[in-house]
Design a protein. Structure first.
Length: 338
């Protein structure tokens, strides 16, 4: 028997879930899926450790560079080393595409669909690295600007209470940015949207899903505090958890908590619009006493058709799909004629 599936058959899907089975409460499903996919989550975490260790090595290399460190004195945070805060953390941008690999696999787990951990992880990284890397750059810039602004305004509050206003604004923006990041990797691997549209929807969900966002944040904060105050004698335990399980668990937690909101407000309306468009075509055909669905008038009426089509776990633009399908058909025909 393969240990945690690491040396087993990756291509053999599990038994799945009966589609007619009544849906259980979210907390029950969360722990059921967590237990059922535990070995897969370990595999996923170990896969993620490959780029993670590389990035940590780069951060250590930046830290050891013989360059001067810039110190900044604050009233509330003490003396800060800006080189460590902003230069050493710069390589973390490179992890952004790999968070999409985590998000793709854990999103499938959250909606109780099968995923091939190794291949799906790397495919998701390859297919989404551009928007994911751009998101990493945006997150890093936001981190630099907002964190330094918070340090600056918090130091000035004691001199002038008016600095409390920009301080509060920076804190709120930081929280919203954090909440938005719970949604963005899942949206990148699910929807064929431009990053600015993904950001717009993510900020909307950061407010709409306030309670679940606070819940995720509370769990993550609890984990951080537990690791921070872990006795030195047991310091190896947090390290082992990070290597074996923690990153995949955090991705699963955020995917499970956020996907239901995405499904309710983005995916299900798409299905509804698609069904209404098909019903409209049928009604038009019945009114004309014919069921000819190849009617040019129907084909040219794009207004009744959905803008996006759900294919292979991703919403893509219908026109792009039709063009690719037409090109593929022409290619197949040419090959046949030859």
């Amino acid at each position: 028997m393969a240990f945690l599936g690491l040396f087993g058959n990756y291509d053999k899907p599990g038994p799945g879930v009966d589609k007619d089975e009544p849906k259980k409460a979210a907390p029950v499903r969360f722990f059921e899926i967590l237990w059922r996919k535990l070995s897969k989550l370990v595999q996923l975490n170990l896969t993620f450790m490959i780029p993670f260790i590389v990035v940590i090595a780069l951060m250590v290399g930046v830290f050891l560079l013989p360059v001067p460190h810039f110190l900044y004195a604050t009233s509330f945070f003490g003396v800060l080393d800006l080189y460590i805060l902003y230069a050493v953390t710069l390589p973390l941008i490179l992890l952004s595409p790999f968070t999409c690999g985590l998000a793709y696999v854990t999103r499938n787990f959250a909606r109780e669909e099968h995923a091939f951990v190794w291949s799906d992880f790397w495919d998701a990284v390859k297919n989404n690295w551009k928007p994911a890397l751009l998101n990493g750059v945006i997150v890093y810039l936001a981190y630099v600007i907002l964190s330094f602004s918070i340090f600056f305004y918090s130091t000035r509050v004691s001199d002038n209470w008016m600095f409390m206003i920009p301080l509060a604004v920076c804190c709120i923006l930081s929280i919203l940015m954090l909440f938005a990041q719970y949604y963005i990797p899942v949206m990148i691997v699910t929807f064929d949207l431009k990053l600015r549209h993904i950001y717009r929807n993510a900020f909307i969900f950061s407010i709409m899903g306030l309670l679940r966002n606070l819940m995720i944040t509370a769990i993550l904060a609890g984990l951080f505090i537990a690791f921070l105050f872990c006795p030195a004698a047991f310091a190896v335990i947090p390290l082992l958890l990070v290597i074996i399980f923690l990153c995949a668990f955090i991705s699963y937690l955020t995917s499970f908590a956020t996907y239901s909101l995405l499904d309710t407000y983005l995916i299900q309306p798409f299905y509804k619009k698609e069904a209404e468009a098909k019903d409209a075509e049928i009604r038009v055909a019945k009114d004309g006493d014919t069921f000819n669905f190849d009617n040019d008038e129907l084909d040219d009426d794009d207004d009744d058709k959905p803008q996006y089509v759900y294919v292979n776990g991703r919403l893509i633009d219908r026109k792009i799909m039709e063009q690719e399908s037409l090109f593929s058909d022409k290619t197949d025909t040419s090959d046949h004629l030859q």
